[in-house]
Design a binder for this molecule. Sequence first.
Ligand SMILES: Nc1nc2c(ncn2[C@@H]2O[C@H](COP(=O)(O)OP(=O)(O)OP(=O)(O)O)[C@@H](O)[C@H]2O)c(=O)[nH]1
Ligand SMILES: [Mg+2]
Length: 422
Amino acid sequence: MRPAAPTCRAPAAAGAASKTAGLERRRGGMRALLAYVGPRLHNLSYKLSEFKALAESAGFCVVDIAVQYGRPDGRFYLGPGKAREIAGRSFDTLIAYHSLTPLQVFNLERLLNRRVLDRVAVILTIFEGRAGSIESKLQIELARLRCELPRVREYLRRAKMGEQIGFKGAGEYAIDAYYRHLVLRMSAIRRRLEKVRRARALRAARRREAGVPEVVITGYTSAGKTTLFNALTRESKFVDGRPFATLDAYSRALDLWGKRVVVTDTIGFIDDLPPVLIESFHSTLQEIADADVALLVIDASEPHEEVARKLKTSVEILSELGIDRSKVIPVLNKVDRIGAREIPRVGSIVRQYFSWFVPISALTGFGINALKAAIYMRTPGNPGSARRAPVGWAAFRPAYPPASLQGPESGLRVRTPAAQGF
Ligand SMILES: Nc1nc2c(ncn2[C@@H]2O[C@H](COP(=O)(O)OP(=O)(O)OP(=O)(O)O)[C@@H](O)[C@H]2O)c(=O)[nH]1
Ligand SMILES: [Mg+2]
């Protein structure tokens, strides 16, 4: 297959994106060659364009994508022939789609004489540039060290065997000292994280005691979670078309017809999320598990097969976190990009998992009031019958005139929670 056309423009020089770009630039090695070795998947071009977006988001300029079908080579990831072939090409950093073993990194760096990274390292670079809270900074450092440790162990093993390995110019004793430093630093971070987590759990417990329902916004990265958070709370948190705009869970109180709820924006899901990151961000994900209601934001403007795949993965992640499906409100976002006729078609994909959904456009405000009503109905603490709509049909009118969609009164039928009768 043809890899995506190479583009080498400088990353946007604004906000958090430029911070990550600056980080990579300081490290040097901006021109990246991406490599994928694996099966011929039907959605491979989509996966590769996401991979490219990730690398660009980290500040790299992607010169090309090398694709090789089959099983990754144990020593070089790419087949040795392909690895030698790309050695002659012009780039500074090789980035592999899959997580590389220490041996593969070692061999490739030796062969190419260039920096070799994998997708996890790229994600971590983005995270480093965007982490705001002390907790996410610690989580990222821990993930970084956990990736580094097996690599250093490999260098140490080789140094003990008497090999001249040139690890940052260090010899066996220096590598050994560095290895011990990593282990100590990791346990120090774990202890600090434990304290931060306890404090956060305490705050959440207090909120629960006060009877304030918790609503979390979840879904894939770039689905429009923060745009929705801003639309619900009238905040102006950072929104970006690039992956992982949001890293820190951020909460805000929201008043729904006299009922106070706390809405939290969270980190987005991504395909093939490496276990090391899942573990590091466990506490943030735990926040989702503890919520009374989870808004699962789905980008309705993507191709149907992508909507289906991401929805399936999201449902699996939520169920792994122990979230009952009855707690989930499926939110079909970006309907302004697809038009009213397409909504039921995308909706039929959602109906494979949920009996209802709320179509919205977080950007134009379409459906936001219907969603607020759904949140009102689904969160605990409703006065009187939970089956009664909080207000009349006014609740289901768009907040302000939508850009390309008419309101529910003019043709589009919104299957509201009131109509569902739950
Ligand atoms: N057309 C349209 N674009 C939207 C809508 N909602 C969000 N977007 C755009 O989608 C992109 C991603 O939006 P974000 O709100 O940053 O997405 P997110 O889910 O918070 O992404 P992460 O924080 O990276 O996980 C931005 O360019 C938004 O302007 C919508 O309803 N309609
Ligand atoms: Mg966001």
